[in-house]
Design a protein around this ligand. Structure first.
Ligand SMILES: N=C(N)NCCCC(=O)O
Ligand SMILES: [Zn+2]
Ligand SMILES: [Zn+2]
Length: 348
């Protein structure tokens, strides 16, 4: 038990100095289950659904793989000088149930169950599952906040129209979200885009839906800070949903995924860009497309677990969080002007 900033008693993760990391049933980061806390301000929820894939399957096993790969996470995040699990109550909400044989029914169930959690005052970081699940999660976010800004980290556009005549697939969620008015066309960006397309029409359509693109090559050429500035400018203070397909990482960093593309971002770049979103009005996040059968040595699971941890930190810090500085290193800021006072011991 720890006392949160508002005086509430918070249930934190299992203490790794007392119970070995590898022992016990695995929740995300060894956090309490949602039924073990009075109220969860933030929850990690698994959505083990992969009936929408167009190539390798297996993301249905993603949530538990990411949980298993999260056992080594520690409670203090030095990159943000923050202890997310001591700022508010964070819990693992288990897995939502989604029909593997009926995509429409699965989508409706995910939207309903996510809405229920959000309606109870719990912000979600969802672990997929294939990218189809972003659509119902955006429906749930829209129900609570109206049209949201979207930062979509992915090798792929996922604004294609249909596959084999099917409208609801992992390659189409953001086209459907645009058509349904779930996302604000003035504030939607892809990050990390790369790889061959079907034709230039893909890009024409995507642009028509309002999307801007920061490609994987842009991240390499322009660098993290400049990309973060572009994203922050685009989003402003709108309610923001962050959807991260783990295939945004290079297959060298995340081999365990269903539609891998060469030339991707590093995990370091990805984590740093996420950290740069500090203080934005984030209302929900997902990490999708982890397919453990193609993983090696938990590379993909660990990368995804760290992404989830950074998302939880952003949500725990909350909208308007002051710019921070890492607890060590020579980096100027986590975002904004240098905040030397945040640095324990003022180390560089
Ligand atoms: N959402 C992901 N991961 N991939 C979409 C790929 C769609 C295609 O097969 O062209
Ligand atoms: Zn993708
Ligand atoms: Zn995707």
């Amino acid at each position: 038990m720890a006392t949160g900033p508002d005086g509430r008693q918070l249930v934190g993760p299992v203490n790794a100095a007392k119970t070995p990391r590898w022992a016990g049933l695995g929740t995300f980061a060894r956090l309490p289950r949602i039924d073990e806390v009075e109220h969860a301000d933030l929850a990690v929820v698994g959505i083990p659904f992969d009936a929408g894939v167009s190539y390798r399957s297996g993301a249905r096993f993603g949530p538990n793989h990411v949980r298993e790969s999260s056992r080594l996470l520690r409670p203090f995040n030095p990159a943000q000088s923050a202890s997310p699990f001591a700022l508010c109550q964070v819990a693992d909400a288990g897995d939502l149930v989604a029909n593997p044989f009926d995509i429409s029914e699965a989508i409706d169930a995910i939207a309903t169950d996510a809405s229920e959690l959000i309606g109870a005052g719990t912000k979600l970081v969802s672990i997929g599952g294939d990218h189809t699940i972003a659509l119902p999660l955006l429906r749930a976010a829209h129900r609570a906040h109206g049209p949201v800004a979207l930062l979509h980290f992915d090798a792929h556009l996922d604004t294609w129209d249909t596959y084999f005549g099917a409208e609801y697939t992992h390659g189409t969620p953001f086209r459907r979200a645009h058509e349904e008015g779930l996302i604000d066309p003035d504030a939607v960006m892809h990050v990390g885009t790369r790889g061959p397309l079907y034709g230039t029409q893909d890009l024409n359509d995507d642009e028509r839906f309002g999307f801007g693109i920061v490609s994987s090559a842009d991240v390499m050429r322009r660098g993290v800070d400049s990309v973060v500035a572009v994203l922050r400018d685009k989003v402003g203070d709108r309610p923001l949903y962050v959807s991260l397909d783990i295939d945004v990482l290079d297959p060298a960093h995340a081999p365990g995924t269903g539609t891998p593309e060469a030339g991707g971002m590093t995990s370091r770049e990805t984590l740093e860009i996420l950290r740069g979103l500090r203080g934005l009005n984030i209302v929900g996040c997902d990490v999708v497309e982890v397919s453990p059968a193609y993983d090696h040595a938990e590379l993909t699971g660990i990368a995804a677990a760290h992404v989830v941890y950074e998302m939880l930190t952003l949500l725990a810090l909350g909208p308007g969080a002051a710019p921070g500085s890492p607890a060590y290193g020579i980096s100027e800021t986590t975002y904004g002007e240098s905040a030397e006072q945040d640095k324990p011991g003022g180390r560089v």
